[in-house]
Structures are given as structure tokens and as C-alpha cells.
Design a binder for this molecule. Structure first.
Ligand code: PLP
Length: 390
């Protein structure tokens, strides 16, 4: 019987007929990569988030790599990274030979603990990468004050937070930071299949980011070293990569962006329903909400579950929900606990906030095309699994 129910994953893209038509049309145009669709998508992103510059790249990890390059991270530099995040937030520092310095998080929100961040600042600290975990903005005002005091570059990992607001500022407008990165992976708020971007208010950083995604090449005559360059000329100024996003992907992104505010509204409706419903369920607390002054983008909806109290285990709950055709995921295993980082001397036990968050977290389905009935089904399944212990 339950086999008949549709499977509800923890996250899912929403591709419309208009998106499909836009992609089909660009396939018949002159440009499949570069061409006018790339700046068009970048312009649409700038309008959506209020940024001066947006640079589209091939994925969110490439966006982090480009941002660290633009911030001139190199060997010997330290960059503060919260212990609870996707591994890419730390790996980008390693790509350039720098060291991610892990910072503990608040146990009920998973957001960076700024007291611990301050304790970990040394003369080598060059930047900080706050993560707006689940779509809830980190405390950017307090963070930027610390960064200013110590001369740190702020790179927001906003992969979870497209469409979020911190007080009056849209995440990505870089009011409190030097750069912000986004991911357009299918589980994120809008998708280009694979894709990402970096936004910045700085012309200098924007130039470095654009060169980095295109082999380090400069094609604008006014920026070349050669005087009066010929029409076919280009110059390589730095060592970059091919991190370009194709026109096909940009068209999909531009089409998806037109529906961003509706997506965020629906995600907030679903979150409000879950918040109310789980008040009555024992051993379950939703991850801490955003203050009323902010807009949460609800990329994820994690429950913090007392598995012992409920007489079960996380694996038991995951299996019980899977039987009821409900997908879940754990976001995230503390990054210092990953074998790659423990081999570099990090110990998960040094991050009690991250350990407490990780021990309880379980992300349940959250995406805009979930129906009201789907949402009720999720709540009933969670209550059912926790009360039966299976
Ligand atoms: C998704 C994600 C990334 C990386 O994005 P990709 O597009 O998958 O490379 C980076 N940081 C966080 C927090 C993410 O969730």
C-alpha cells in the first residue's frame, strides 16, 4: 500500500514548461556557451539580490574557489570556516594552499559561533567564510565588525540563502561582506543543473573573478598591458581555470529566477506549517528560527531529534521514514571529523556545538512543489515513526 505513495525527497528542483521552452530555444541560437545569455543571467541575478556585480561560474564550489583566489588566499593564510557545512566551504581554502581554521557553531542553529571565531583569529587569519546554514542568515553585522577590526575578507557561503534577507539587506548584496557565493545545484533555490555565482560590490574583485573563470584571460582592450592591441588579441594575466557556465544553463537560471520570490514564499509557508505541527510532537525541535527582522530562505528544514529519548536511533528513524516513502538527509557531518581533515590534525571532539547539532539533525522534505497534503504526510510519518520507535 505505502509503495503506491510518491517518494518525497528532502529537496527537489521545480522546472516549469517555460523553463523547458527557454532551454529548447537557446539550443537553436548561435551561442551555446558565452554569448549574450551569460551577462543576461548575471544581470537578472544582480537585480534579484541587489548586487553590483554577479559572475556566473560552473558550480558553487568553483564560486568558492574563485572567491578565495580573488581574496588572494595562499600558502600560510588561515581562513575561518564553521565546523558544520558542506566540505566545499573548507576545501576552497585548501585549493589555494591555505588552511581552513574550523570554528564551532551554535548547537541549536548550526550557525558560526562568533565568540569561538574571535578566539581563533591569529596574525595569519586572512578571511572568514560564514555559512547561512539552512537558509538562515548568520549574524552579519557582528561578523563584519570583527572582520573589520582584524582586516579580514568576508566571503559569504550563501549556497543555502538565495532570496534570504538579513535585516534590510538581501543576501548577496554584499552590504556586510566582500563577496557572496551561490550554488544552482538542483536541490538549491533555483537551478541551472550545475552552476554557481559570486556577487561583489567591488570592481577590482569582479575583474579578478571574471579572469579566474576564463583561464586568467583578459579580453577588454582597456584592461590590456599592450598598447593599441589588435582586434583578435587577448592577454592572460593570472592562472585561472575554465569555470564558465554555458548559455544553456544561464537561460534556465534566468527563467527560474523569475519565480524566486514565489519559491521563498512557499518554503516559508511550509516551514510555518512544520513549526506549528512539530510543537505537539515529543523529542522533536525544529532548528532555531530566524529573528523576525530577517527572512529565512529555508533551503533545508532540519529537525533536531532526541533519538535516545524516543527510544530509537537516527538510522531507525531514517529507515522508518524511507519505508513510508519519505526521504531525509543529515546536514552535515562536522567537517573536522572527515578523514581528510582529521589527518590534518583536526578533532571533532573540539567542537561541542557542532557535535550537539550533528547528533540531532535530520532534514525532512522542503521544496516549493510539496503540496499541503505532502506536508501533512511528512508530519504524520515523523510522529508515527517516533512513537513506534521504528
Ligand atoms: C551546495 C553547496 C556548496 C557547493 O555547491 P555546488 O554547486 O554543489 O558545487 C557549497 N557550500 C554549501 C553550504 C552548499 O550547500
Amino acid at each position: 500500500m505505502s509503495e503506491q505513495l510518491p517518494f518525497l525527497p528532502y529537496g527537489k528542483q521545480a522546472v516549469s514548461e517555460d523553463d523547458v521552452a527557454a532551454v529548447c530555444a537557446v539550443l537553436k541560437s548561435d551561442y551555446l556557451t558565452t554569448g549574450p545569455e551569460v551577462p543576461r543571467f548575471e544581470g537578472a541575478l544582480c537585480s534579484a539580490i541587489g548586487a553590483a556585480h554577479s559572475v556566473a561560474v560552473s558550480n558553487g564550489t568553483a564560486a568558492l574557489h574563485a572567491a578565495c583566489f580573488a581574496a588572494e588566499i595562499g600558502p600560510g593564510d588561515e581562513v575561518l570556516v564553521p565546523a558544520i557545512t558542506f566540505v566545499a566551504s573548507a576545501n576552497c581554502v585548501r585549493y589555494l594552499g591555505g588552511e581552513p581554521i574550523f570554528v564551532d557553531v551554535h548547537p541549536d542553529s548550526g550557525l558560526i559561533d562568533l565568540d569561538d571565531a574571535q578566539r581563533k583569529i591569529t596574525s595569519k587569519t586572512k578571511a572568514v567564510i560564514p555559512v547561512h546554514l539552512n537558509g538562515r542568515p548568520a549574524d552579519l553585522d557582528a561578523l563584519s565588525a570583527i572582520a573589520q577590526k582584524h582586516g579580514l575578507t568576508v566571503i559569504e557561503d550563501a549556497a543555502h540563502a538565495l532570496g534570504a534577507k538579513y535585516r534590510d539587506s538581501r543576501i548577496g548584496d554584499c552590504t556586510y561582506s566582500d563577496m557572496a557565493i551561490f550554488s544552482f545545484h538542483p536541490v538549491k533555490h533555483i537551478t541551472t543543473a550545475e552552476g554557481g555565482s559570486i556577487s561583489t560590490g567591488s570592481d577590482v574583485l569582479a575583474t579578478r573573478l571574471r579572469q579566474f573563470r576564463d583561464h586568467g584571460i583578459e579580453r577588454r582592450f582597456e584592461h590590456m598591458r599592450l598598447e593599441s592591441p589588435p582586434s583578435w588579441y587577448y592577454e592572460q594575466h593570472t592562472l585561472g581555470f575554465n569555470y564558465r557556465l554555458s548559455a544553456i544553463q544561464c537561460v534556465l537560471g534566468t527563467s527560474q529566477l523569475t519565480r524566486l520570490s514565489g519559491f521563498i514564499e512557499r518554503r516559508n509557508q511550509i516551514a510555518a506549517f512544520y513549526d506549528r505541527a512539530f510543537e505537539g510532537v515529543s523529542y522533536v525541535t525544529p532548528a532555531e528560527r530566524a529573528p523576525a527582522t530577517d527572512l529565512h530562505a529555508y533551503h533545508l528544514y532540519p529537525l533536531l531529534i532526541d533519538y535516545d529519548g524516543a527510544g530509537t536511533t537516527r538510522e531507525g528513524v531514517v529507515a522508518g521514514l524511507r519505508e513510508r516513502r519519505i526521504g531525509t538527509q543529515v546536514h552535515y557531518i562536522p567537517v573536522p571529523a572527515q578523514p581528510y581533515y582529521s589527518a590534518r590534525g583536526w578533532k571533532a571532539s573540539d567542537f561541542p556545538g557542532a557535535a550537539a547539532y550533528y547528533a540531532r539533525a535530520l532534514s525532512i522534505p522542503m521544496y516549493p512543489t510539496l503540496s499541503d497534503d505532502d506536508v501533512k504526510r511528512v508530519v504524520e510519518a515523523v510522529s508515527d515513526v517516533l512513537s513506534s520507535g521504528t
